[in-house]
Every structure is written in structure tokens, then in C-alpha cells.
Design a protein around this ligand. Structure first.
Ligand code: MG
Length: 241
């Protein structure tokens, strides 16, 4: 596992670099008053979500429509892309209506696959031992959040969960952040936010969150991704080193 900083060179030569912070050498997650943590791809393995939307849903839809699975998957990818970045993309009601599938039942039937990312549980145990406000902030629909909370025992680490569905904006969207701040009352300068989505990370930086860290390996079945505009770790466990 590695700590990776795409450092001074990138900061000086990349005009769109949004990272306002220095190196990991002067970074300590304990110094923040508030820590905001994404769920899927940051704490929990995105392998489940990718399996669900890219394998399980196409398989069921193909069976119902009596069509080849590869054709249904291609059509679904187009539909997913069209909704990406909006709250509808994360909304089970939206997909149940659009696809005519019982998404909730499929979620419940496949929930045994939900799992922590390597090092995430250890990171959470360390975080909750410190006097900081720790909040899980997710784009996941309330039903998905409930299932994942039950399966993983996330309740042991968090007393506060926020779903962006309660605000009417996804985390990628600028109005989400002042609404979140109004509810939680955090000081952006003394807040750490960790996520795996480039669009979400950019929105957090644009709002003025003081420390933003990107997770580059949200899905253990896939290699790490490139996120050149943010300070990165392969997984949150790396922050304990
Ligand atoms: Mg995520």
C-alpha cells in the first residue's frame, strides 16, 4: 500500500490543479475538527456496486425482456451515462420506474457481497477514538444506506449519516455544500473530506473544504485510477501510516 503525492511539479505546472494543500509530510488527519467520509468506494468496496449495476441488473433485465445480456448491458450503459452526476443516478425510485425492476429486492438479495475496503475498518476505529466530528456523507439512496449499514455495522463508527437525497442535490452539485454546512455547522478550513469521485472532490474544493483527499482504488477488482488534481491515497488505511 502506498501514500502518493503528485507533488510540487504538478502544482506548479498544472493550471487546473485544485489542490491547495502541501505534502503529506505536514498532513495529519487528527488536526481537523470535522471529518466527512464518503461511503461507496471510500469505506466500502465499489466492487459490489459495479457488480450490481453492470452485472446483476443487466442479467435480470435480459431475462425479463428475453433479450441477449450484452445488448441490454449496452443500453443500460447509455442510460447510466445520461444520468451521471445527477441525483437520479443514485436514486432507486428513478431506476425502478425507468427499468421496471424491483431494485430494492435485488439489493436485499445481493447484500452479502457488501464489504469494507482494505484498511477502512482500521481507519474508522482510529478516527472514532479522537475527539472529532465524524460524519458519513453519501450520495447513496436511503434504502441502500440502510442495507449497507446493517450488513457492515457502520453504526458502530458513526453517529451521523447524511444522504444527499435529503438535500435534493448530489455531492457533485455546488448547492449541496452550503446545505450540508448549514446542517452540520462545520468550519470548512478545519474540515477533512475523503471521497473517490473526481467530480465530487472538485465540488468540495470549490466550496472551500480545507483538506480534500482522493481514494484511487475504490474497487478492489480494478487497478488504481489516476487523479492528478488531488492529493491521493490508494485507500483510507494509508492515512494511518
Ligand atoms: Mg464514492
Amino acid at each position: 500500500m502506498r501514500l502518493e503525492y503528485r507533488g510540487e511539479t504538478a502544482l506548479h505546472h498544472d493550471p487546473v490543479n485544485r489542490n491547495k494543500i502541501g505534502t503529506f509530510a505536514d498532513f495529519d488527519w487528527r488536526r481537523h475538527d470535522t471529518i466527512l467520509l464518503d461511503m461507496d468506494g471510500t469505506l466500502l468496496d465499489l466492487a459490489y456496486d459495479n457488480y450490481f449495476w453492470l452485472e446483476l441488473v443487466p442479467r435480470h433485465l435480459a431475462r425479463i425482456r428475453r433479450l441477449p445480456e450484452h445488448r441490454v448491458r449496452a443500453e443500460l450503459l447509455q442510460r447510466y451515462t445520461a444520468r451521471k452526476g445527477s441525483l437520479a443516478w443514485y436514486c432507486l425510485d428513478h431506476w425502478e420506474e425507468e427499468l421496471g425492476l424491483d431494485i430494492r429486492a435485488l439489493k436485499s438479495a445481493s447484500c452479502h457481497r457488501v464489504a469494507f475496503l482494505p484498511g477502512a475498518r482500521e481507519f474508522l476505529a482510529a478516527v472514532v477514538a479522537h475527539p472529532v466530528q465524524v460524519v458519513l456523507v453519501t450520495n447513496a439512496h436511503g434504502h441502500t444506506l440502510d442495507i449497507k449499514r446493517d450488513v457492515t455495522g457502520l453504526n458502530r463508527f458513526f453517529s451521523r449519516f447524511v444522504s444527499s437525497h435529503d438535500f435534493g442535490y448530489a455531492k457533485e452539485q455546488a448547492p449541496f455544500w452550503p446545505a450540508l454546512q448549514a446542517q452540520l455547522g462545520f468550519d470548512p478550513e478545519n474540515t477533512l473530506f475523503i471521497d473517490d469521485s473526481p467530480a465530487v472532490l472538485d465540488a468540495a474544493v470549490d466550496f472551500g473544504i480545507g483538506s480534500v483527499v482522493a481514494v484511487t482504488r475504490p474497487d478492489t477488482r480494478l487497478p488504481a485510477t489516476e487523479l492528478p488534481h488531488h492529493r491521493v491515497v490508494e485507500g483510507v488505511g494509508n492515512l494511518l501510516q
